[in-house]
Design a protein around this ligand. Structure first.
Ligand SMILES: Nc1nc2c(ncn2[C@@H]2O[C@H](COP(=O)(O)OP(=O)(O)OP(=O)(O)O)[C@@H](O)[C@H]2O)c(=O)[nH]1
Ligand SMILES: [Mg+2]
Length: 253
């Protein structure tokens, strides 16, 4: 059982000002609307309804925090989370590029996402969720360029790989790695960017994503689990800033 299976809903926020004043490291899932962020979180956490996933694009409209640690998942599900025992957070971000969102709401979210990824000190790394069939849209590139100067890692999950045949999947992965390695800082060094294929439907790439996310959160894969209970289908009933890093970023090498 992965430590990610302990995840439970923690809080939801709509403004940077309201981000939780917590110290545990967080990994945020960013990506186009409908790319599969919420679904990936659910699969990795082995819970069907932890994050809202939907056919309707634009479903995730707030920043949702899920805590790992600080609760005996599987036993006393409704018990309060012990905040000081939380070891990490997964953060589900609203998708970008959703055409139906009005201009001002879109601007609000673009600005908020940009500020969040560039300035949130607790953010250890970004998981960029990309539909394997539509790699690196301009807004994905914008996200990369916002985040790269922080010097923190990005793990790119090319999801819906079940929609591609083996050959096209391999090509999509190769292209993603080429794009990621084309970003260099002003000294010509590449950034800590990685990529993998994933399918929530076929359940492929889960172990690789799980291990990477634990590593990014500083949680070791073989650490003892808080609890032996296995939760697969429970609804939790919910539903400081740092200046951007010094390093410049430039595409192309
Ligand atoms: N075939 C296939 N469909 C997937 C996969 N992952 C997600 N989907 C589907 O894609 C749709 C969108 O998934 P979500 O997880 O809600 O996407 P999201 O990125 O959270 O979207 P927003 O909340 O709008 O930003 C849903 O219908 C999912 O079932 C996958 O690996 N394979
Ligand atoms: Mg979502």
């Amino acid at each position: 059982m992965s430590q990610l299976w302990q995840a439970r809903f923690f809080t939801t926020v709509n403004r940077l000002h309201d981000l939780p004043d917590t110290q545990a490291p967080e990994v945020a899932f960013a990506g186009r609307s409908n790319a599969g962020k919420s679904t990936a979180i659910n699969v990795l956490c082995n819970q069907k309804k932890l994050a809202f996933a939907s056919r309707t694009p634009g479903r995730t409209q707030h920043i949702n925090y899920f805590s790992i640690g600080g609760a005996q998942v599987g036993q006393h599900r409704k018990d309060e989370t012990r905040v000081d025992e939380i070891r990490a957070f997964l953060v589900d971000l609203p998708g970008y590029g959703y055409a139906e969102v009005s201009g001002s709401a879109k601007d609000h979210w673009q600005q908020l996402l940009g500020d969040y990824v560039q300035r949130r000190e607790q953010l250890a790394a970004l998981v960029l969720i990309i539909d394997a069939r539509r790699p690196f849209t301009p807004l994905d590139t914008q996200m990369l360029e916002w985040f790269a100067p922080t010097g923190k890692p990005i793990h790119c999950i090319l999801t819906k790989a079940d929609k591609l045949n083996r050959n096209d999947g391999a090509n999509a992965l190769r292209l993603a790695r080429t794009v990621l390695s084309s970003y260099v800082d002003e000294d010509g060094n590449t950034f800590p960017f990685t990529a993998q294929l994933f399918s929530a439907l076929k359940r492929t790439g889960i172990d690789e994503a799980n291990d990477k996310i634990l590593e990014l959160l500083g949680l070791s894969a073989d650490a003892p689990d808080a609890d032996d209970g296995i939760v697969t289908d429970e609804d939790p009933g919910n539903q400081t800033e740092k200046s951007p890093g010094e390093r410049g970023v430039s595409p192309g090498q």
